[in-house]
Design a protein around this ligand. Structure first.
Ligand SMILES: Nc1ncnc2c1ncn2[C@@H]1O[C@H](COP(=O)(O)OP(=O)(O)OP(=O)(O)O)[C@@H](O)[C@H]1O
Ligand SMILES: [Mg+2]
Length: 409
């Protein structure tokens, strides 16, 4: 009776441990993790003196890991046909051996130097076993059916975990392969677009040059409607030329090597603001520049970032009688966050997802001119610096653009 009671309690504890092991296994992502979890769970589950985790390795049993009172066979390989783990895997069923010296499946010589007197071996995955889990005791007895059942449950869960890990790793591999293929395709597309853009510039320059010669030659008589048509051709050709130029800078910005040097953001920003004021002498623009932290950054591309953001703030606040543009920064843990805020037209946050996409514009060309490339270049530069860019806006009230740069020494 007492023995029964003892078993009932250990079975309940065993079930608790099994549930805990299932939780641990569900988070395992590698065979090493599975092995470590299983070898200790297997021993604790039955209160055995030792446990081994054995993998099927071709025609051999490979004793990958163990948790035992004394060393067993960790790191050794034995033919499937000459060890008990092999027998369990080949016959696809559990083996209970109360006395190892009284069972012909046991290679006694391999066991003699060890403490083992009694053992249980269960296959992992019963249909087509891939491994086995062994339990060993230093005293001779007959393991209970509950102990064998617990161990087999552990083996079954281990089989599912290993299959999941294989699937997970396969998925990860596929994601890596696809990403590499996509990157290669993108790189091809970029270099193709880059060379096409380059080649398009030359004939377009000719179109612009010749139409310009026609309209500006005082000795040439052309009637008004022809002049109007030619001027239209010229204007569209110039727009196209600008777009091609933008495209080229979009591609080159992504390829240039970044050279990080200590960069004075304050100096850079002040110069850009002065240029903007000179370019817009008739407008009432107030720049409020607060603290601007210096960082290690690539100053050529950083100049591009600030110019784009400040020119946008100036452009999209054009309809305000008094444009207020505030520029500042703050240090946060391992990064600096910069802000450019304006009180201009703002934009509809519904289309926020398009904000940093190339050639996407949230305003019509009738209200504000532009090609919609500036922010996509800024986004590329900031991302390449290891930072992030984002924005907040309210239509009619203004926008704030934020970007972060990591503090690197
Ligand atoms: N400060 C801002 N206020 C309101 N809308 C803005 C602001 N900055 C950008 N936007 C919106 O985001 C769109 C994308 O900006 P982006 O700078 O990429 O292009 P753009 O200014 O239209 O043209 P360009 O390529 O000449 O810079 C703009 O068309 C505009 O709708
Ligand atoms: Mg712009």
């Amino acid at each position: 009776m007492i023995a029964d009671r003892k078993h009932t309690i250990s079975y309940t504890l065993g079930m608790e441990l099994l549930v805990h092991t299932v939780q641990e296994l569900s988070m395992a992502r590698s065979m090493d993790q599975v092995t470590a979890i299983v070898r200790s769970a297997a021993r604790r589950l039955t209160g055995a003196d030792g446990a081994t985790f054995v993998l099927k390795d071709g025609d051999n049993c490979y004793y990958v890991d163990e948790d035992a009172i004394e060393p067993l066979w960790k790191g050794h390989r034995f033919p499937l046909t000459s060890c008990v783990s092999g027998w369990a895997m080949l016959n696809k069923k559990a083996v209970v051996i109360p006395d190892i010296y009284d069972d012909e499946r046991v290679p006694v010589e391999a066991y003699r130097p060890t403490f083992v007197k009694t053992m249980v071996m269960v296959p992992v995955r019963q249909i087509n076993p891939i491994a086995a889990i062994g339990n060993y005791w230093a005293y001779q007895h007959t393991p209970s059916l509950e102990q064998v059942k617990l161990l087999q449950s552990l083996a079954d869960i281990t089989a599912v975990t290993i299959e999941n890990i294989e699937m997970y790793n396969d998925l990860e591999r596929r994601v890596v392969d696809r990403t590499a293929a996509l990157q290669a395709a993108n790189a091809n597309l970029e270099s193709f677009s880059y060379s096409v853009s380059h080649d398009l510039r030359a004939p377009l320059r000719t179109v612009i040059g010749f139409t310009d010669m026609v309209v500006s030659d005082p000795d040439r008589t052309i009637d008004d409607s022809s002049r109007e048509l030619i001027t239209k051709v010229m204007k569209n050709a110039k727009n196209m030329y600008q777009t091609i130029d933008d495209l080229i800078s979009f591609f080159t910005m992504g390829q240039k090597d970044l050279i990080r040097t200590p960069t004075s953001m304050m100096e850079m920003v002040q110069k850009i603001c002065e240029n903007c004021l000179e370019a817009e002498p008739l407008r009432d623009i107030e720049f409020k520049i607060d603290t601007l932290h210096d960082v290690q950054a690539d100053s050529v591309t950083m100049q591009h970032v600030w110019t784009n953001l400040i020119q946008n703030a100036v452009k999209y606040s054009r309809q305000k009688p008094h444009a207020l543009i505030e520029i500042s920064s703050e240090a946060k843990e391992d990064k600096i966050i910069y802000h450019v805020a304006d009180n201009g037209a703002g934009f509809d946050m519904t289309y926020y997802h398009q904000l940093f996409e190339a050639f996407k514009r949230l305003h019509s060309g009738r209200d504000f001119e532009g090609s919609g490339i500036g922010l996509s270049i800024v986004h590329k530069i900031i991302t390449r610096h290891g930072g992030e860019i984002w924005a907040e806006s309210e239509e009619g009230k203004g926008s704030t653009f934020f970007f972060s740069l990591p503090i690197v020494s």
